[in-house]
Design a protein around this ligand. Structure first.
Ligand code: AMP
Length: 427
C-alpha cells in the first residue's frame, strides 16, 4: 500500500515524499483512514512505529478540508504529550508534514519563559502541542482558549499517567467541548489506561501494531551479567572497543546520570547528561550535540529520554535496569526505529536480578545472557536467591562492614578507574 491510497491531499503527499518515506508503516496504514473517517482511535503503538505521522497527517488533512476564516485562528487540534522534548519533537513533525499547508502550529511546555508562548498564542494557532502543566497554567491565566478544540490527541498516555498527570489531564479535558474527535496512543495498557480510554473515547477504532508489551523484532537484546562495580568500566570498554558513535545510556537517577557522565568523560568518551534537573537550554544543547554527532554518548534518565526520536539510533544501554518493567520496552524502543536494526544491552548486577525477571515475565521470554563478559562471572538467578537470604533488615548505617574493612573492600572506599581490577587478560 502507498501513501496515495490513504486519501491524503497532494500537499501532504509532497511533504511525505520530501521526508523520503516510501510506504506507510502499519500504524499509519490503520490509523490514517479511521481518523479521516472521523472516528475516535485507541492505538497500542510504541514509539518508533511512525505513530506521530499516523495522527498528524490525517489531522492536518481534516483541518484543511474545513478551513476556518476566524481571526485569530482558534485552537482546533490539541496534542497533549508528556515531556518537553516530546512536545518539541511532535511540533517539529507537525511543521514538517504541514509545510505546504496554510496552517499554524504552536508548542508550549514548561521550563522556559511563558511570555513568548503567550505572545505566539495570541497570534492564533490551529494546532497546539503541549505538556499538561504549562497548558493548565496558560488556561488558568486565560491565555489560551480551548473551547473550540475539535480534535484531541493524548500521546503516550501510559507515560502521562506514570508521571502523575492524570489530574491535570482531567482538568484539561473538562475545558474541551464535549463534541470532539479523540485519539489516544499508548504503548502499554494497564487498567488505569483502559478506564481513561473508556471515559474519553466513543466507540473507538482499536488499533494495535505491535503486541502489547513486546519489543520490536529488529532489536537484538543482550544481558551482561556483572557486578555493579564493573559496570562503568564495561560500558567504557564496549563503547571504546566497538568504536560506537551514538549510544544512549539509561540510568535510574539524575545524580547517577551526572556521576556516570563525569566518569565516562574521564575515560575519554564525549558525552552529556540529560535529566529533569537540567535547564531547558542544557537539555536542548545535549540533545542537539548527540543528534549531530558532536558527542557519542548521552546518559539519560527515563523521563528525559521519553519519546526522543533520534534517527537510526544504533545502541541503547541500560546501565541500571528500570524499576518499572514497562519502561524497559520504552527504553529499548529508542533504537531499531522505523525498521532499522538496533541493539539493546543491559548491564545487570545481582541486586537487579528481580527487576530482570519482572521484565522477562512481561516480555514472556528470556533475554540472552552473554556468557563471557570479560569480568568476574555472576549467576543472576543464584545470586538473587543468595542475596535474598542475606538481607540485613537494619538501616544501612547500622550494618556491620567489618568483613569488608578487613578485606579492604569497605563500601565507602572510593573506586577509581585504576582501583577497579582490569578486565580479564583473556581479552
Ligand atoms: P514515531 O514513532 O512517530 O516517533 O516515528 C519514528 C520515526 O519513523 C521518525 O523518525 C519518523 O520520521 C520515521 N517515520 C515515520 N513514518 C515513516 C515512514 N512511513 N517511513 C519511514 N520512516 C517513517
Amino acid at each position: 500500500m502507498s501513501f496515495s491510497q490513504l486519501g491524503l491531499s497532494d500537499e501532504l503527499l509532497k511533504a511525505i515524499a520530501d521526508q523520503g518515506y516510501e510506504t506507510p508503516t502499519p500504524i499509519q496504514r490503520q490509523a490514517i483512514p479511521e481518523v479521516l473517517d472521523g472516528r475516535d482511535v485507541l492505538a497500542g503503538a510504541q514509539t518508533g512505529t511512525g505513530k506521530t505521522a499516523s495522527f498528524t497527517l490525517p489531522l492536518l488533512q481534516l483541518l484543511t478540508d474545513r478551513p476556518t476564516t476566524q481571526k485569530p485562528r482558534p485552537v482546533r487540534v490539541l496534542i497533549l504529550v508528556s515531556t518537553r522534548e516530546l512536545a518539541a519533537q511532535v511540533y517539529e513533525s507537525v511543521q514538517l508534514y504541514g509545510k505546504h499547508l496554510p496552517l499554524v502550529a504552536e508548542v508550549v511546555f514548561g521550563g522556559v519563559s511563558i511570555v513568548p508562548q503567550i505572545k505566539r498564542l495570541h497570534r492564533g494557532a490551529d494546532i497546539v502541542v503541549a505538556t499538561p502543566g504549562r497548558l493548565l497554567d496558560l488556561a488558568n491565566q486565560r491565555q489560551i482558549n480551548l473551547s473550540r478544540v475539535e480534535y484531541f490527541v493524548l500521546d503516550e498516555a501510559d507515560r502521562m499517567l506514570d508521571m502523575g498527570f492524570i489530574a491535570d489531564i482531567r482538568k484539561i479535558i473538562a475545558m474541551l467541548p464535549k463534541k470532539r474527535q479523540n485519539l489516544l496512543f499508548s504503548a502499554t495498557f494497564a487498567d488505569e489506561i483502559k478506564t481513561l480510554a473508556e471515559q474519553i473515547l466513543h466507540n473507538p477504532a482499536q488499533i494495535e501494531v505491535a503486541q502489547r508489551n513486546t519489543t520490536a523484532d529488529n532489536i537484538s537484546q543482550l544481558i551482561y551479567p556483572l557486578k555493579q562495580e564493573y559496570k562503568r568500566e564495561c560500558l567504557s570498554y564496549l563503547i571504546g572497543s566497538n568504536n560506537w558513535k551514538q549510544v544512549l545510556v539509561f540510568v535510574r537517577t539524575k545524580h547517577g546520570a551526572d556521576r556516570l557522565c563525569k566518569q565516562l568523560m574521564l575515560d575519554g568518551i564525549r558525552c552529556a547528561a540529560l535529566h529533569g534537573n537540567k535547564s531547558q537550554t542544557a537539555r536542548t544543547t545535549a540533545l542537539e550535540s548527540f543528534k549531530s554527532g558532536k558527542i557519542s554518548c548521552l546518559v539519560a534518565t527515563d523521563i528525559a529520554a521519553r519519546g526522543l526520536d533520534i534517527e537510526q539510533l544504533p545502541h541503547v544501554i541500560n546501565f541500571d535496569l528500570p524499576a518499572v518493567p514497562e519502561d524497559y520496552v520504552h527504553r529499548i524502543g529508542r533504537t531499531g526505529r522505523a525498521g532499522c536494526d538496533g541493539a539493546a544491552i543491559s548491564l545487570v548486577c545481582p541486586d537487579e536480578a528481580k527487576l530482570l525477571f519482572a521484565i522477562e515475565k512481561l516480555l514472556k521470554r528470556q533475554i540472552p545472557r552473554v556468557a563471557d563478559t570479560g569480568y568476574e562471572t555472576v549467576d543472576l538467578k543464584a545470586s538473587d536467591n543468595a542475596s535474598a537470604k542475606k538481607v540485613d533488615p537494619r538501616p544501612r548505617r547500622h550494618q556491620n562492614h567489618k568483613k569488608d574493612r578487613l578485606s579492604g573492600n569497605h563500601p565507602n572506599k572510593r573506586k577509581t578507574a585504576s582501583s577497579t581490577p582490569a578486565r580479564k587478560r583473556s581479552r
